[in-house]
Design a protein around this ligand. Structure first.
Ligand code: ISE
Length: 333
């Protein structure tokens, strides 16, 4: 059986997902791609062998040949499209973040609760990255004692022109929020944002240090530097009682020349997390067949936006902000 996939959004991530579904995922085929720019949808459809490229997101969701929907449209549209899919009874892989704010994200939780089952997998792809998954299983082995702190580095070469300091937290730091909850099996309970000296090459507060406390008393510190110029660089180092755990270089090829040893860095997250995206998308298709949900849930998406709401407040006030959540419904236990 092959599942017909419809994609909403044919931008950077929509096009990347289309290529992954078409070329690297078993048990699925592309049916339709929708984008507000119909020419872009048609171009991606033609490149990836999808039957049609359109500007009709609801038409794609309701197309009987579409058995599952991948949402990669602008962040502010994720929640409404996810709710339309839940109402249509279609499984969804929704790019992060679930919504720009927790209040909007909660509407998707409520839609799943009304439907009585989970439909949406959130695209926090790092949960499928071999580096982070091994880090989590090494921690869980108990061989290094308890985790005490987690140092995270999140650097982009350049940030898009529409980004501001809040977007750095809502759109970029949200990855660290989800992955630290995943690795530490803990909830984030407070957040503080410290601004560094601003780079002359940045148009918002960049770099920043975002410091979280967890409900287990651990610290998670995130260096966010979205105009680092030199490339895309994500690092994580877990500090445990008897050792540290971090992942190695992501390029296997090392060049030694002219007195220098070099490994290359990806220009952005797509090559850096190529394995994670492929494994994630395959896990999504498999979960539709088995009925066993995979990856982050809508609840995880709501929690992440609750944390980033608090992060934006901490950014504006300079204070440490406590984070409070709704009660977790049984559907997500
Ligand atoms: C972007 O939207 C992503 O999701 C990338 O993974 C992240 O590293 C980048 O900072 C975001 O802007």
């Amino acid at each position: 059986m092959s599942i017909g996939v419809g994609i909403i959004g044919a931008g950077v991530m929509g096009a990347d997902h289309a290529r992954i579904i078409a070329g690297q995922v078993a048990g699925a085929h592309l049916v339709a791609i929708s984008d507000a720019d119909e020419a872009r949808a048609k171009a991606v459809a033609q490149e990836t062998g999808a039957k049609r490229g359109v500007n009709d997101p609801l038409g794609v969701i309701h197309d009987p040949a579409v058995g599952a929907v991948l949402i990669a449209s602008p962040d502010s549209t994720h929640a409404d499209f996810a709710i339309a899919c839940i109402k249509a009874g279609k499984p969804v892989l929704c790019e992060k973040p679930l919504a720009p704010t927790a209040a909007e994200g909660l509407r998707v939780v409520e839609a799943e609760l009304s439907a009585g089952r989970r439909f949406v997998q959130l695209g926090f792809m790092r949960r499928f990255d071999p580096g982070y998954t091994e880090m989590k299983s090494l921690l869980n082995s108990g061989a290094y004692g308890e985790a005490l702190a987690f140092h995270c580095i999140h650097r982009n070469a350049t940030a898009p022109a529409h980004f501001d300091s809040a977007a750095a937290i809502v759109n970029s730091c949200v990855h660290e929020v989800d992955i630290s909850r995943f690795v530490l099996s803990a909830e984030l309970s407070a957040v503080r944002v410290i601004k560094a000296k601003r780079s002359k090459l940045a148009h918002f507060d960049d770099p920043m240090l975002v410091v979280f406390e967890t409900d287990k008393g651990q610290l998670v510190d995130v260096e966010l530097f979205l105009n680092a110029q030199y490339g895309y660089d994500v690092k994580g180092e877990l500090i445990c009682e008897t050792g540290t755990i971090s992942f190695g270089p992501t390029s296997n090829t090392e060049i030694r020349s002219a007195g220098v040893t070099a490994t290359s860095l990806a220009p952005d997250w797509r090559p850096r997390f190529a394995a994670a995206y492929r494994i994630q998308n395959q896990a999504w298709i498999r979960s539709i067949v088995t009925g066993q949900p995979a990856g982050s849930s809508v609840w995880d998406g709501y929690v992440a936006t609750t944390v980033t709401d608090a992060g934006v407040k901490a950014l504006h006030t300079g204070e440490t902000v406590a984070i409070a959540y709704e009660k977790r419904p049984g559907l997500y236990s």
